[in-house]
Design a protein around this ligand. Sequence first.
Ligand code: APR
Length: 421
Amino acid sequence: MAEDARQLRDSVESTTVVVIGAGPAGMTVANLLRGSGVDCVVLESRSRAYVSQRQRAGIVETRAVRMFDDWGLADRVLGGVPYDGILEFRVDGDRHLVSDSDGSNGPAARLCPQQILVQKLTAAYLEDGGDLRFEAADVSLHDLAGDRPTVRYRSVDGALRAITCDFVAGCDGDHGVSRTAVPDGALTAYALDHGIGWLTILADAPPPAHPLLAVSPQGFAAHFPRGPHASRYYLQCPPDDHPDAWTDTRVWDALRTRLGDQALTSGPITEREIFRLRSLVHDPMQYGRLFLVGDAAHIVSPMGGKGMNLALYDADVFARAVRDFVRGGDDTGLRTYSSRCLRRVWNDQEFSHWLTRTLHDAGDATDAGPFHRHLARARLDRLFTSPGAARAFADLMTGLDPTGDPVTQDVLGNLSGPGGG
Ligand code: APR
């Protein structure tokens, strides 16, 4: 104990921002702060190899691509392939192509698996001399309500360390420590369990021509590209189902039936998991000098691909706010961080919820019943036939719906780039 205390005294460091977590949120915050000349240290509990292999989301929406472009980072951090903006809906085997093209100029969305984005963000940050410490154990946050918070952790060599800072960016996901450092009652959690399970399958099998969402009486199914020779599939299932109940044969039979494609090519399955669809928002996304960014603040059900994109949005808003404060003492961005992010969070929660209900209720494999099945099919019919409805859908898919947000309008109109003062 005495040795630990001595070590800690000896190793107190100081920086402007401690970023906790090196996922998409944390590495975006770190790169944007570095691009603004703001000091930061990133602490990540896992190894670099683990973090850079973790597979999750697969699409960087148009708004987020333009955000990276605006910061001069798009070429360095975005991998994958451009997305032509066409999404296929297959309803009882009938194909409907919906374009999310909004007609505006500028770079569009990319099919970029999350781990590629994280790998590239990490490489860019380290190449620029960024401070990133993997395998940081026992991270704890102190004095968040004071002027100078401290973050303590045990480094990979076993030594106890402490960093004092002006701000902490809690980018450590839904199961991290940042949010748990907030006193009880300071945040309100709004949670929704959709009562729906998804079996998720990763396989070495040909990707579809377009990301594909399918409605069928047997339940929802989806097929997404994950590189030139790999695919991610989803199959609606009871939330308490077990992956072992899904043999390879059962998986491919169910996909062929629900996708209405008896010729679907199978391949070796490399991952098989079941999860419950859930949504969660913490309000406010700030406590004292701690700012929650990404999954640490909110979870969006995966339909619509908004989880990672919201994390990128929060990161952009936070980095601009810190930059303005550090450069000119303007604390407007910090004071409005939570309300500004929550406005977009609820907007995307609503889109994700709408799409989740529509595609599951239309198949009638939920408890929703025939009335809701008709409502959901009416919504799909409107989407396939009304240009106005298709345009509204495109705005939400691309993330270009301004929702009155000055940051989004700034990116869209390029009124003043983030590098500008
Ligand atoms: N100390 C340090 N790092 C931690 C700790 C901790 N106690 N707990 C978790 N972490 C790290 C995780 O190992 C992970 O690398 O924080 C990171 C959190 O990353 P994500 O969970 O990916 O969250 P986020 O960066 O907000 O990404 C947004 O979008 O596609 C969705 O949910 C998906 O992960 C995705 C998210």
